[in-house]
Design a protein. Structure first.
Length: 72
C-alpha cells in the first residue's frame, strides 16, 4: 500500500515500512519496530540504536497505517 503525505510517500508491506521523502532520503523499518502516536499524528520507528519519526498530515493517514499493518 502507498500513502502520499506532504513530505513524500509511505510504502507499507506486511513486514516493512519505507518512507521516501521528496528530498531524496529513504527510511526503512521493520513493522515490529513501528509505533503510532495518535495524539501527535506521528509514525515512530525505534530499533534500538536507530530511531526516526515522521509527522503525518491527518488522522486518516494514521488510521490507514494502523489498518494495513495491524497495529493497535
Amino acid at each position: 500500500m502507498i500513502i502520499q503525505f506532504s513530505a513524500g510517500k509511505l510504502i507499507l508491506s506486511p513486514f516493512e515500512v519505507q518512507v521516501r521523502l521528496d528530498n531524496g532520503c529513504q527510511l526503512y523499518a521493520m513493522v515490529d519496530d513501528i509505533k503510532l502516536h495518535q495524539d501527535a499524528l506521528m509514525l515512530v520507528a525505534d530499533a534500538g540504536a536507530v530511531r526516526w519519526n515522521i509527522k503525518l498530515d491527518s488522522n486518516e493517514q494514521l488510521q490507514e497505517i494502523k489498518d494495513e499493518l495491524g497495529i493497535a
